[in-house]
Design a protein around this ligand. Structure first.
Ligand SMILES: Cc1cc2nc3c(=O)[nH]c(=O)nc-3n(C[C@H](O)[C@H](O)[C@H](O)COP(=O)(O)OP(=O)(O)OC[C@H]3O[C@@H](n4cnc5c(N)ncnc54)[C@H](O)[C@@H]3O)c2cc1C
Length: 348
């Protein structure tokens, strides 16, 4: 029997992959999908989300994007619920000339790592997304960056687990359970295993409703730089748009007024129609960060596999996390170098 501690997207997908392969799985979480997963944008963006000098992350992100369709096929075997998966791609735009320079440099960096990011004339970008402001200074199309809706995806995974007969213990684990354990409880993992240096990196994110006369305001993810500030707009299948996200380490786990203001101002600069949307929600989630922004993923002893610290990319990295866990449980080769993810690399 294997106990997966933590029912965020990582734990849910890990439990699903294992149960689908016939393993006897229990999932333990007092409130599944209530952590970072509940707040996440859901972009599967291995290209748009490249961060300078984070090269060890790139192969993990690209591999996870490749694994996503397979994970979704397993989900679809066991539930009819939607995941909000959309493959229209991503546009990255620049608000002014300095932002356009930044965008051009980023595209060159992406190209130097064999990633596909096509510079587009603005007219072409606006023919793809007519709601974009006519005043933008640059645009790049990234066809391979997709999205899921994390709340829908988590609900679908829970339904699939129930179909598969996975036991769900809705209690907090105060110590490691007996037997084989996969520790996938996000920020909570450091309380259950020594040496994991996790910290909360808060992100504010908004949900807007697109009024009927503007639908669909957008059809693909639009990311942008506005006076060097990043912002993104994610159109969902339910005619809402997520606008995110801030990044702050100030231990204030509620939406900041200034953050809501900044996100709306910057989103409106890229897509003026945002001003006419309904304001539905502002929430704040805590990303599970590590000192080097790389996950903790690997086997640490005969009984324990650690799978946490997915920071900004945990929705994308869910497919990889679940796949690696299956290989580690079954003693097969995950087919990817995990040396940079050693869970004990920050242990003193
Ligand atoms: C605003 C925002 C936007 C984001 N956008 C994106 C995005 O677009 N793309 C992307 O890839 N990533 C994104 N992320 C990051 C992503 O949300 C996280 O990396 C990911 O959700 C981590 O998933 P997880 O399952 O590891 O952890 P979580 O979702 O945090 O889940 C941890 C679970 O463990 C449970 N738990 C904790 N302690 C215990 C315990 N002791 N016993 C039992 N259960 C326990 C909790 O109840 C929770 O359900 C975003 C994050 C934020 C905050």
């Amino acid at each position: 029997m294997i106990t997966v501690v933590g029912g965020g997207l990582v734990g849910l997908a890990t439990a699903l992959r294992l149960a689908d392969r016939g393993h006897d799985v229990t999932l333990q979480d007092p409130s599944p999908a209530s952590g970072a997963t509940h707040h996440a944008g859901g972009m599967l963006a291995p290209v748009a989300e490249v961060v300078y000098r984070q090269e060890p992350l790139f192969p993990l992100m690209l591999r996870s994007a490749e694994l996503y369709p397979g994970l979704l096929r397993v989900v679809e075997k066991h539930t009819d619920l939607p995941t909000g998966y959309r493959t229209e791609g991503t546009l990255v735009v620049a608000a002014d000339r300095a932002d356009a320079t930044h965008l051009a440099e980023l595209s060159e960096y992406q190209a130097s790592h064999a990633m596909t990011a096509e510079r587009l004339p603005l007219r072409q970008a606006r023919s793809l997304e007519p709601a974009l402001s006519p005043q933008l200074a640059g645009a790049v199309h990234i066809p391979g960056d997709h999205q899921v809706n994390p709340r829908l995806f988590a609900a679908a995974l829970l339904d699939a687990l129930s179909t598969l007969g996975v036991r769900i213990i809705r209690e907090r684990a105060d110590a490691l359970p007996e037997g084989h354990v996969i520790l996938a409880n996000g920020l909570g993992a450091s309380a259950l295993h020594a040496g994991l240096k996790l910290r909360p990196v808060y992100g504010d994110i908004l949900r807007l409703g697109v009024p009927a006369h503007l639908q669909p305001l957008l059809t693909r993810v639009v990311r942008g730089f506005v006076e060097d500030r990043p912002v993104y707009l994610i159109p969902r299948t339910d005619d809402t748009i997520a606008v995110g996200a801030t990044s702050r380490e100030d231990d204030r786990p509620v939406p900041r007024t200034g953050a809501v203001h900044d996100l709306l101002r910057d989103a409106t600069r890229l897509v003026p129609g945002i001003e006419e949307c309904d304001f539905l929600e502002a929430t704040t989630g805590a990303r599970p960060g590590t000192p080097d922004d790389l996950p903790y993923l690997g086997r640490v002893n005969e009984n324990l596999i650690v799978s946490t610290g997915y920071f900004r990319h945990g929705i994308l990295l869910t497919a990889l996390a679940a796949d690696v866990a299956v290989h580690l449980v079954e003693g097969t080769d995950p087919g990817i170098d995990l040396a940079a993810c050693n869970p004990h690399r920050h242990k003193e």
